[in-house]
Write a protein that binds this ligand. Structure first.
Ligand code: NAD
Length: 361
C-alpha cells in the first residue's frame, strides 16, 4: 500500500500498485494511468468543479483551500485545509510521495469588481504570498506540470477604454498597466512562474488568462460575487418580490463571459498542449455583451421584463473581450457555450439558493 486514502464514492477497494520506475500510481480503474493531481483553491468555484472533472477521469486528487466547498462536499480523495500564505503550510500542501504530476494553482483571495476594486493592498499581499509559496513548493517537490491561473485583468487599462474596445491579444500585456491590485499580482506571478521556468526550476508550466467565468456553485451573494451571479440574484428577487433591477453605472460597459464547462475543457486542453509551455494564453469567450444586455438575457430566462435602475457602483474598465486567435491556432478549439445556454442552469441554481435563504419570501 502506498498510504493514500480513497474516499470517493464508487472508487471501491482496488489494488493500486506503485510503479517505482515512473514514480506514478498505476491503477486498474478505467484501465488508465492515474495522475496525482493537486488543485489549490479547491474550495472555490472553479477549483471545486475541476476536482469533480479530474475525479471523473480517474485521477487521484488532493484539494487544498482555507475553506471547504460551500455548496456540496468535495469529490477530492484528500482535502487539506491549509493557508498557502504560510510557507510551511504551502510545503505541506505539495508534500506527497513521488511528487505531483499536475498542479492547478487556483487559490486566490478574490471576488467581483465590488470586492477587488476596494481591497488593493489585501489582494496584492495575500495573493503574492499564496503564489510565491506555491511556486517555490512546486519547484522543491519536482512537479511535472504547473498551471497558474492568471486573468484578463493583466491587460493595460489603455486598451479597454471604450465599450467596443478590440479583443485583447496575449502580446498586448506589455508595456504593463494592469488593473490595480489584483491585476498587478497576476502579472507579477506570471513573471515569477516564467523566471522559475527559465532558471530550470519548473520544467513545464502553463499560464492561463481567464476571462470571466460563470456557472452554478459559484459565489452568488455576500459582496464577492461577479456580475452574472449578482444579476441572477437581483433578477430572482425582483421576480418574486417586485421592484427594479439595479445595475452599476450606465450598464453599457462590456465584457465576455465563459461557462464553467468551457473553462474546464479549456484547462484540460491547455495542460495537454506542450506548445503552451511557458506561453501565456487567453481562455475566455469572445462574444462581447454589455451588462444591460446580460441583464436582458437573464430576464428572458427568468421570464420577467424588469425596469432597470442605474446606480453608482464599481465599474472596472469600459470594455473587455478575449481575442481567441492564438488559442484557436494552438488547440483548434475555443469556448463554445452561449450565454443563453450557460445562464439557464446558472439562473436556476441561484434562484434555488435565494429561495433556500428565504430571500424570495
Ligand atoms: P474562488 O474565490 O471561488 O476560489 C478561490 C479559492 O481560493 C477560494 O475557495 C479561497 O478560499 C481560496 N483561497 C484564498 N486564500 C487562500 C489561502 N491563503 N490559502 C488557500 N486557499 C485560499 O475563485 P474562482 O472563481 O474559482 O477562481 C479561481 C482562480 O481563477 C483564481 O486564481 C482567480 O483569480 C482566477 N480567475 C477567475 C476568474 C473568474 O471569472 N472566476 C477570472 C479570472 C481569473
Amino acid at each position: 500500500s502506498h498510504g493514500l486514502k480513497w474516499s470517493s464514492e464508487g472508487l471501491v477497494a482496488i489494488h493500486v500498485p506503485w510503479d517505482t520506475d515512473r514514480g506514478r500510481i498505476v491503477g486498474e480503474w478505467k484501465g488508465t494511468t492515474m495522475d496525482r493531481v493537486l488543485v489549490t483553491g479547491a474550495g472555490g468555484f472553479i477549483g471545486h468543479h475541476l476536482v469533480k472533472r479530474l475525479k471523473g477521469q480517474g485521477h487521484w486528487v488532493r484539494g487544498v483551500d482555507i475553506k471547504e466547498p460551500e455548496f456540496e462536499p468535495t469529490a477530492a480523495d484528500e482535502f487539506l485545509l491549509l493557508d498557502l500564505r504560510d510557507p510551511v503550510q504551502a510545503a505541506a500542501a505539495f508534500d506527497v510521495e513521488g511528487g505531483f504530476d499536475d498542479v492547478y494553482g487556483l487559490a486566490a483571495d478574490m471576488g467581483g469588481m465590488g470586492f477587488i476594486s476596494n481591497h488593493h493592498s489585501l489582494i496584492l499581499h495575500n495573493n503574492l504570498l499564496i503564489n510565491v509559496n506555491s511556486i517555490e513548493a512546486a519547484a522543491r517537490t519536482g512537479v511535472r506540470r504547473y498551471l497558474y491561473t492568471s486573468s484578463a485583468c493583466i491587460y493595460p487599462a489603455g486598451a479597454q477604454t471604450t465599450t467596443d474596445a478590440p479583443p485583447l491579444r496575449e502580446d498586448q500585456a506589455y508595456p504593463a498597466d494592469p488593473e490595480d491590485g489584483y491585476g498587478w499580482e497576476k502579472l507579477t506571478t506570471e513573471k515569477l512562474a516564467y523566471y522559475y521556468h527559465e532558471d530550470g526550476l519548473l520544467p513545464n508550466i502553463r499560464i492561463v488568462r481567464f476571462h470571466n467565468v460563470y456557472g452554478p456553485l459559484g459565489t452568488w451573494n455576500g459582496g464577492r460575487e461577479k456580475a452574472p451571479a449578482a444579476l441572477c440574484r437581483k433578477t430572482a428577487i425582483a421576480k418574486y418580490k417586485g421592484g427594479t433591477l439595479e445595475i452599476w453605472g450606465d450598464g453599457e460597459q462590456t465584457r465576455s463571459f465563459m461557462y464553467i464547462e468551457d473553462c474546464l475543457d479549456g484547462l484540460e486542453r491547455i495542460m495537454a498542449a506542450e506548445e503552451l509551455n511557458n506561453v501565456p494564453v487567453n481562455l475566455g469567450r469572445d462574444r462581447m455583451v454589455s451588462i444591460n444586455e446580460l441583464a436582458g438575457i437573464i430576464g428572458d430566462i427568468a421570464g420577467v421584463d424588469l425596469e432597470i435602475e442605474h446606480v453608482e457602483g464599481a465599474l472596472g474598465v469600459r470594455g473587455r473581450n478575449s481575442d481567441n486567435t492564438f488559442l484557436n491556432e494552438v488547440l483548434g478549439w475555443e469556448p463554445q457555450i452561449s450565454l443563453e445556454v450557460g445562464l439557464q442552469p446558472t439562473y436556476e441554481w441561484i434562484e434555488q439558493q435565494a429561495k433556500n435563504d428565504g430571500l424570495l419570501d
